[in-house]
Write a protein of this length. Structure first.
Length: 249
């Protein structure tokens, strides 16, 4: 059973919305997956991250971004100083795994959008990170290209959207990590501007601190992984990764 969008938008707590969305049969995807992957994180977070749809691991475990792409996303969040259960709320454009991890079709995205809109209304984020072209196209512009749109803020109805590459794209092409880290640094800056001026990121100190302590920063660069800004190519786990960006992604 699927409620009409007006009724979904009247639900005013996340637990009830989750129960209702778990009974959704708006499209054919529900018949081919184990279960609905609703969302994860803090429903009161000011930052929301939106991916494409669950993969095999997410379908099995019932939580978004828990496979390899999710592990990379967790490392990116840690570099930003964001904890999954505290600073962000994570959801997908479609909540049921498309067979064989194919990209969800436009009608599947459209069918699931009321569920996401209801979730976004409850979280009421000020910053939304769009992970990949499916999220960008479903929420901003069906003709948009992630390669062109990434790294630039889109303000819509008082919400700041940052399109960036999907973590799965970063796994396929590690040379994109440099641009992705650039985009996440903009997210950290915006978070400091709009939410918490004192927000701590281990890899992106506030501008004032970077300007006040250039010598300390230079020293931290010289000793990879120990300072505020790890050296280019240094992975977050301390293992150099091919093509890793300056954030150590
Ligand atoms: N990719 C996504 O877009 N979402 C997930 O939850 C996992 C992988």
């Amino acid at each position: 059973m699927a409620l009409p969008e007006e009724e979904l938008l009247r639900i005013d707590d996340m637990a009830t919305l989750e129960r209702v969305v778990k009974g959704c049969t708006r499209c054919r995807l529900r018949a081919g997956c184990r279960g609905v992957v609703f969302g994860d994180g803090n429903p009161r977070a000011r930052v929301m991250l939106i991916g494409e749809g669950p993969g095999a691991d997410e379908d099995r475990l019932g939580r978004p971004f828990v496979g390899r792409a999710g592990q990379l996303l967790d490392r990116i969040l840690a570099a930003c100083g964001f904890e999954r259960q505290r600073h962000v709320y994570i959801a997908n454009i479609v909540k049921c795994r498309p067979p064989g991890n194919r990209t969800p079709t436009p009608d599947e995205r459209a069918a699931c959008l009321p569920n996401l809109r209801a979730q976004m209304r409850l979280v009421n984020p000020v910053i939304v990170v769009l992970l990949g072209s499916t999220a960008l196209q479903a929420l901003i512009d069906p003709a948009a290209r992630i390669t062109r749109a990434r790294g630039r803020w889109i303000e819509k109805d008082g919400v700041w959207y940052m399109p960036t590459y999907h973590p799965a794209a970063l796994l396929r092409n590690p040379s994109l990590k440099r641009e992705a880290w650039h985009d996440f640094k903009l997210v950290i800056d915006k978070y400091r501007e709009l939410v918490d001026p004192d927000h701590y990121s281990p890899h992106h100190p506030p501008t004032a601190m970077r300007e006040a302590a250039p010598a300390a920063e230079a020293a931290s660069r010289a000793e990879p992984g120990t300072g505020a800004m790890p050296a280019p190519g240094q992975g977050l786990a301390g293992t150099p990764e091919p093509g890793a960006g300056p954030g150590g992604l």
